[in-house]
Design a protein around this ligand. Structure first.
Ligand SMILES: NC(=O)c1ccc[n+]([C@@H]2O[C@H](COP(=O)([O-])OP(=O)(O)OC[C@H]3O[C@@H](n4cnc5c(N)ncnc54)[C@H](O)[C@@H]3O)[C@@H](O)[C@H]2O)c1
Length: 313
């Protein structure tokens, strides 16, 4: 992949995007307004790229991948000739509006401008921009160099050509883009994650199971299948005659259960009880080490998936 990529914001997600595109062969410029963030990024990047190499997830020496990422203090220089500008500054509407105005003014007219925002809609921060037809959300999952999903969420005024170009660029970089046909807060992944969390909170609050056992329902149950197929394919295979058969057998029960489900308030007392069970299982001092353990488990899983035939889409 030959395209030049600009990454704006060199925090957790910006650095991870830089690895995605550098790993694919792109020249990447990585910008941050904070000189400390830029100064730190080479060391942090090398740590992550080294972990990938350790799991056989890159074929080159880590230094070769790192050499394609150029930390750049000047925004205009970062954006020069970029085919895609991926924005990763802090998650406030004001910050997104301000940086998109700058990116629109300084980038090449045909550059794609994509935001990593987790919750904001492109129409909220691009409405007044002359180049709003090339603005969209490209929401990654942390860290995108291990989890390939990208939610492409255009505003009503984003052109089809820009959406297709972004889709192609993400695919070429090894990601798995999905398209939101209409804007909605939280896109797809966080809405589905929110629905699962809502029910887990309610089941815990109702005294039905411990925090540990609710986590086990996913890790030793649903999650095993969900790492290679989604809920619709799951139910298609869980009745002898497929999805329609499943819906006839179990649909009415799911509907009755759903009618009884309520939004959880996430009240402080409930969250504190869940936190107490988590802290008993994992002291706060061990959180960072456990996060690194998680990333290594993910890498082992991704390495395994690479040995399996993957569906074309
Ligand atoms: N952390 C996650 O798990 C995750 C997952 C998906 C999407 N996101 C989204 O990615 C974006 C970045 O999140 P993060 O976790 O990397 O945050 P972060 O705090 O780690 O990084 C943000 C970086 O942006 C820099 N910055 C702020 N204003 C800037 C400006 N005007 N110009 C250039 N740089 C600027 C900061 O100095 C900082 O280094 C957010 O919109 C977030 O919602 C985060």
């Amino acid at each position: 992949m030959q395209d030049r990529i600009a990454i704006v914001g060199a925090g957790l997600i910006g650095r991870a995007w830089a690895i995605v595109f550098a790993r694919a062969g792109c020249q990447v410029r990585l910008h941050d307004a904070d000189p400390h963030a830029l100064a730190d990024c080479q060391r942090l990047l090398l740590e992550n790229i080294g972990d990938l190499a350790g799991h056989g997830l890159i074929t080159e020496a880590p230094a070769a991948v790192l050499a394609r990422i150029k930390p750049t203090a000047n925004l205009a220089e970062t954006l020069e000739d970029a085919a895609l500008v991926q924005e990763n500054v802090r998650e406030t509407l004001e910050a997104k509006r301000a940086i998109f105005a700058e990116m629109d003014a300084l980038s090449a007219p045909d550059a794609i401008l994509a935001s990593s925002t987790s919750w904001l809609m492109a129409s909220e921060f691009s409405e007044g921009l002359p180049g709003r037809h090339r603005v969209m959300v490209g929401h990654p999952v942390n860290p995108p160099y291990l989890i390939p999903l990208v939610e492409v969420a255009p505003a009503p005024w984003t052109s089809d050509a820009a959406v297709q170009r972004a889709h192609a660029l993400y695919r070429q970089a090894g990601q798995s883009p999905v398209l939101l046909r209409k804007e909605i807060t939280g896109f797809l992944l966080n809405r589905i994650q929110g629905a699962v969390l809502n029910e887990a909170l309610n089941l815990y609050a109702g005294g039905y199971a411990s925090v540990q056992d609710l986590d086990k329902v996913l890790k030793d149950g649903l999650g095993l299948r969900w790492s290679f197929m989604g809920p619709f394919e799951t139910i298609d295979l869980n009745a002898p005659a497929g999805l329609l058969d499943y819906a006839r057998r179990y649909g009415p029960t799911y509907r009755d259960v759903a009618r009884g489900q309520q939004p959880n308030d996430w009240d402080d007392a409930l969250v504190a009880r869940i936190d107490a069970e988590r802290r008993e299982a994992l002291p706060a001092t061990e959180l960072a080490a456990r996060a690194r353990w998680r990333d290594n488990r993910l890498m082992a899983l991704v390495a395994h998936q690479r040995t399996q035939a993957r569906d074309a889409d």
